[in-house]
Design a protein around this ligand. Sequence first.
Ligand code: SPD
Length: 367
Amino acid sequence: MFNIFNWLKAAIALILFVISFMGSAKDRQLYIYNWSSYIAPDTLTNFEKETGIKVVYDVFDSNEVLEGKLMAGNTGFDLVVPSDSFLDRQARVGIFAPLDKSKLPNYHNLDENLLAMLAKHDPDNRYAIPYMWLTTGIGYNVDKVKKILGEDAPVDSWDLVLNPDNLKKLSRCGVAFLDAPTEIFPTVLNYLGLDPNSQNPEDYKVATEHLSKLRPFVTYFHSSKFINDLANGDICVAIGWSGDIMQSIQAAKDANNGVNVKYYIPKEGAIAYFDVFAIPKDAENIDEAYAFLNYLMEPQVIASISNYVFYANAVKNSQPYLDERIKNDPAIYPSAETMNKLFSLQVMPPKIDKLMTRSWTKVLTDR
Ligand code: SPD
């Protein structure tokens, strides 16, 4: 006979089952470390709703900062977002876990051509899922630059910011450079007609001398502050990343403040990157990391991020979900002619890395 004790036992078992189920659902967490201004406002909440996984999200604005944490180890992050050349050298010292692509049913959505390009830094696409790709170019305030440099202002060339005479004049309305030696040295080398991936210490001496001539006219070196400052008219020119400058353009339009910002990829060529997701080998929430990577490879999800952050993604069938203004903007998806002028960065030997860091500190501290 089913007496009161049996009922009680069954009820307790049911309560314990529900509690343990709630506990395990609550316990699913994922720790992500991504660039600032690099995700749509609803991406994480939508993912949380769909999977029950709680995301803890933190941001950085330079590869150097991310690399410092990765090299120190025990970051506590399950997913991080280095740029391709940084991932390359970090993978060589065993920072990442190889991807198990059988856990990524959406992997086939990635563009094979872009995967092949990325494989130069990540052979066999072993560690990295491409997130966005981008260029480092120039954002400028059309009216202020024309007012100072005239109608002939070289707004198709690095001359605008790397010619000391121009920069001196533009310093009156505010100039920002990325605080990243690995961006600025290759850019200056390329401008001076030298190999942007040079391994010759003499070339870095020449680039450092050139940078020292520019230094007095740079208002600040920072890798994210320029987004708001350009939009508000607080600076008039910035060396920055394509999507970030496009975010300034949008912010100025939204504010309807009369600030007219434009972005261009200089005719002398510019750096192109992939930023990629990878799993540190000491990550703890592996299944959750795969769930998020797979989610990002859904065409609608990644398109909604590109539509918000103004960066080009690597999911081939996301095109139908991209806003017209995104997919038709050559600053985001450059023309074939411009693509030919882009170059990617190679991993430098430690000797050159140290030289770059030392020379950068010298440029920044000598005034
Ligand atoms: N706000 C997002 C910026 C992403 C920039 N990644 C740039 C990598 C180039 N080194």
